[in-house]
Design a protein around this ligand. Structure first.
Ligand code: GLP
Length: 251
């Protein structure tokens, strides 16, 4: 696992976006794994401006999102489906038939999770996966304690995660459950970018560099052969001296 450290959040977002755009230009039929969350808003906005400057077609790109809340209709303003339309899909020429998220509104969420895992496999797996990091070191919605063998499944959200994300539900309570790709699903992706910005992510990033353990789900990424962490100064600030050789200054 290598860590590229940039001065600012904006530098991280621009670099992450440039990697994705170059990957799409190199392989217009790429399968992308996408994430939601505040970290991704700037990344997607940079992708949109880069793709406009250096014409890029997304018509044949396939996408799989990491997760979705159980019980939300797709047009619910806090659904990840809605987030993806607002921040990415509606701005570029994606073919929406190729853009998949778990169907959180399915009457049978457990069966939907299995269907989604199979769909990823049938499409040949994910070439490039974007990940954010939860304040408890979760990736997707794989909360602490998630099995390293886990596949896409229904998960119960922890109080910490509900507190982190409840701002999106001003008039109602946040769902208790989500459908999330599992840790083994994520580990099968060919290449992974973990995007970590801001002081609130300094502790979970430092924890994730400790021994691989279920208490810190992102620590499993140390066992993957192609993970790059893109971080800003604030996010790397609690990495202990002994691990600082993992960090390469990018600017
Ligand atoms: C949610 C998502 C994660 C994301 C995390 C971080 O919990 N399920 O995939 O990484 O939020 O969110 P933020 O970027 O808003 O800090």
């Amino acid at each position: 696992m290598k860590i590229l450290c940039f001065k600012t959040k904006k530098d991280v977002e621009m670099f992450a976006a440039s990697i994705v755009i170059k990957a799409v230009q190199a392989n217009p039929r790429i399968v992308l794994g996408l994430a939601t969350g505040r970290t991704m808003i700037g990344v997607y906005s940079e992708m949109v401006s880069l793709a406009r400057k250096s014409p890029t077609t997304f018509r044949e790109v396939k996408t799989f999102n990491l997760d979705e809340y159980v019980g939300l209709p797709p047009h619910h303003p806090a659904s990840f489906q809605h987030f993806m339309h607002e921040h990415l899909f509606s701005h570029l020429n994606f073919n929406l038939a190729y853009c998949s998220l778990p169907r959180g509104f399915s009457p049978h969420p457990a069966a939907e999770a299995i269907r989604y895992e199979n769909e990823i496999e049938q499409k040949g797996g994910i070439d490039l996966q974007l990940l954010g990091l939860g304040v408890n070191a979760h990736i997707g919605f794989n909360e602490p304690g998630s099995s390293f063998d886990s596949k896409t499944r229904v998960v119960k959200l922890t109080q910490e995660t509900k507190d982190q994300n409840k701002f999106a539900f001003p008039n109602e309570s946040i769902p208790e459950e989500a459908i999330s790709m599992g840790l083994s699903t994520i580990m099968k992706c060919q290449k992974i970018l973990l995007i970590v910005t801001g002081l609130s992510k300094a502790r979970p990033l430092a924890d994730s560099l400790e021994a691989v353990q279920v208490a810190f789900p992102a620590s499993i990424l140390k066992n993957h052969s192609d993970v790059t962490v893109l971080a800003d100064e604030e996010a790397v600030s609690l990495i202990p001296e002994a691990k600082r050789q993992l960090i390469t200054r990018a600017n």
